[in-house]
Design a protein around this ligand. Sequence first.
Ligand SMILES: [Zn+2]
Length: 470
Amino acid sequence: MNRCRAGAARAAVHRSSWEELNPPIPTYGEHLPDGSGIELVRDASDLTKTKLLLRAGERVTIEHEICTDTCRFVPADLNSALLRQLHLPVKDLPYGTTSALVGQIASTLMQASELGADIAFLVAVFAIASFFSDCLLTPLCLCLIGCANAEARSLLRVLSWFCRHPVLLVDHAGIDQLPENLTATRFLYAPKPSAKLRKLVANLQAFDFGVIRKGSLRENRGAVVIYSGSTGVGCGFEDASLRVPVVSARRLLRPGDEECYRDIADEIRAKLLNYRLMHYDNVKRSEFDVTGLTGPIRELALGLGACLIDASELQDRLIALLRVPDESVRMERSAEMAPVLESLLVFCHERKTAVHVGEIAKTGNDILSARGEWTKLSPKEVGHKLGLLGLQTARLDADGRGLKLTRAVCARIHQLAKDYGVPAALEKGLPGCPDCKQFFDQQSNSARGARDAHRARKNSGRKINEAHPA
Ligand SMILES: [Zn+2]
């Protein structure tokens, strides 16, 4: 008995010296090198307090303090308002299959907010992706598009039920002052967004890039959901975002709704936590790729698709639905750059060696007016668009700045016209123009390739049918 006490005392002394050497580390969550994860949860016996959940494979521990071989983790302090907003679950629950989880979130969204099936599916995938925003290289942004303030507030609240660590904020106040290591999903209500908010939101798009504030580096992490009224955020933010329409007829959240959906929302959050803990490394190592979509939408598709584990049918549906906004982004980009690029092609085909910015603007305006457009391009706007296209102007002579049309520059202009899908520019091409010829050679090669592939598929299909006659 005494020996036991002496042993227990030695263990206590040993433990207290280990604790002195390892002061507690406050945390909002950790992903450990052995693949296990620590997450902040609410204390089931006192919902005003937090605990830490450690999941290592199938083993789960929920404690006030989690000790690893080298560290002691304790829950980071949260004030009561932040704790209320974060919607922390008390434990994790088996999520079933990815498809079942997406389906459960989507159907709850459809009931609570009357979203259509396709939009609800996209939002459900976004909610899942928000649980991996700290390991994706993609900025995750969702914009509520429209002008219906009360309906937008309702929808923001409903969406916040399913995203990781949601924080509902008004405009820019406090957006950059959340606790430093807390990866939150910021829900921004800004019917008239301030200049500062636009700047901060534009900064959030540069995922993982930081800003130095009061001598310390703060990195931009976490998903963003924003309602910015009829003004929008601008800076191409909407183009790179998942867009959800918000209309004035949409159902408003009633006082009893949050209570009514509390149990199902709690269950889904516990499943989402489990999904994150089980798949963090899978998402981080994902090789999911997508072709045929353009810049910003492709990046978004990559981020969202990477989070759909063992669910290729869901990835296919995601890509099919993202093709619609991708096409409208493509058309907007094309319409914006077409007059400048078509004007430049005219000068390339005239074999001019240089062209002034003013001449590009004049020819661009002639093209616009021939199409019955009222808008006009100023030389200043043309200079700005040339910069966006990566075509550097230089001072040519006393008449001002312009472009030298070297062979390389003409080839680049043709490539840009093709990339931007400039309509009339390359329909037929100019006989004798080496760049047009190259473009049409490429087109006929790819068409021949497609024909060959089609023929090969037909032949192999015939062989299969011959081998297995019906
Ligand atoms: Zn040409």
